[in-house]
Design a binder for this molecule. Structure first.
Ligand code: TYM
Length: 326
């Protein structure tokens, strides 16, 4: 049997290039290798753990599904679905809640960050990583392509798998993360913070027009001096821009620096904006086409859910049996 890969996108805003470079780009490459069974989903239940407007949520979910499809998540190669269409996810999360110490959840970095940002400390936010473990272990994933910020959540998933296997009998693998080493895209207006949907001012969205990209990149913070060098300690803002440039244009950082010898920040930023815009040109076109047929998008998600449900219901039965419910 082929190893399984699982990953999700949370519809709590629009996709930005951090999401693209940290997760989606890898996920698309992995689905094309045909060595894996891939499950990709829209984590709509996770999106409810933070403040939101009910009148806007379904449009946000739809937009994220369109973004994922336009980037290249291919329903013929991967099982692509919406989390809330599979009732087993929340069900399995409850069963995992019963073997997860609350102390571990209270110490999670993302839980603390979200509260600092002003999100309400509801039980959903606290239990967010347990639902994530359920998403992953439901399909007995071996690998999870995610950004570095999800490392701790993945470690908890492995802990839950280990605890479950020890207590009730082995059924889960301990999934490994697929990370792009050092790839944590920072906010354009603050290189100390990660680019995040909850800090929209510092985001480059995939749907931004070339004009908007140019404007945002031009006003991105830079460090003192005018020389283009890669030094994440002394020049973290510039290092972030170089990383974005390199990843979006598939050009080594060294080569970009070489090409900008003797040139200043302004020229560098304009070239960066151009590189980002042209990398996203075909995405923009595809996105328009996919978004014009909303029924087809919904149908695609429902067909994906039908496939995912077969495995999900089997796993849930197996877990209930092991835990003594059946
Ligand atoms: P989300 O939608 O917030 O993020 C989606 C992916 O983007 C990565 N990411 C980044 N990577 C690099 N630099 C950044 N600035 C940056 N910001 C975000 C995230 O690491 C993530 O991989 N909790 C998940 C959603 C989820 C999930 C799952 C993922 C729910 N269940 C099960 C994997 C498996 C999240 O943060 O989504």
């Amino acid at each position: 049997m082929k190893p399984t890969i699982v990953s999700g996108l949370k519809p709590s805003g629009k996709l930005h290039i951090g999401n693209y470079l940290g997760m989606t780009k890898q996920s698309i490459a992995l689905q094309s290798s045909e060595e894996f069974n891939c499950y990709y989903f829209i984590a709509d239940y996770h999106a409810l753990t933070q403040k939101y407007k009910p009148s806007e949520k379904s449009a946000e979910i739809f937009d994220m599904a369109v973004d994922a499809l336009a980037l290249g998540i291919d329903p013929k190669k991967s099982v692509f679905f919406m989390q809330s269409d599979i009732l087993e996810h929340a069900n399995l999360a409850w069963l995992f809640d019963c073997i997860t110490p609350t102390g571990k959840l209270q110490g999670m970095i993302e839980f603390r960050e979200k509260i600092e940002e002003g999100q309400p400390a509801n039980a959903g936010l606290l239990n967010y990583p347990v639902l994530m473990a359920a998403d992953i272990l439901m399909y007995k994933a071996s690998f999870v392509p995610v950004g570095e910020d999800q490392r701790q959540h993945l470690e908890l998933t492995r802990d839950i798998a280990r605890t479950f296997n020890k207590k009730f009998g082995k059924i889960f693998p301990e999934p490994k993360g697929i990370f792009v080493e050092g790839l944590r895209v920072k906010s354009l207006d603050n290189p100390k913070k990660k680019m995040s949907k909850s800090l929209p001012k510092g985001c480059l969205y995939l749907t931004d027009s070339p004009e908007a990209i140019k404007k945002k990149v031009r006003s991105a913070v830079t460090d003192s001096g005018n020389e283009i060098i890669f030094d994440p300690d002394k020049k973290p803002a510039l290092a972030n821009l170089l990383l974005i440039y390199s990843e979006m244009s598939d050009t080594p950082i060294k080569e970009i620096i070489e090409n900008h010898k003797g040139k200043g920040y302004k020229e560098f930023k304009d070239n960066l904006a151009e590189a980002v815009s042209s990398a996203l040109a075909s995405f923009r076109e595809k996105r328009k086409e996919i978004a014009s047929d909303s029924k087809k998008v919904r149908k695609t998600l429902l067909e994906g859910a039908e496939k995912a449900r077969v495995t999900a219901s089997k796993t849930l039965q197996e877990v209930k049996k092991k835990m003594g419910l059946i």
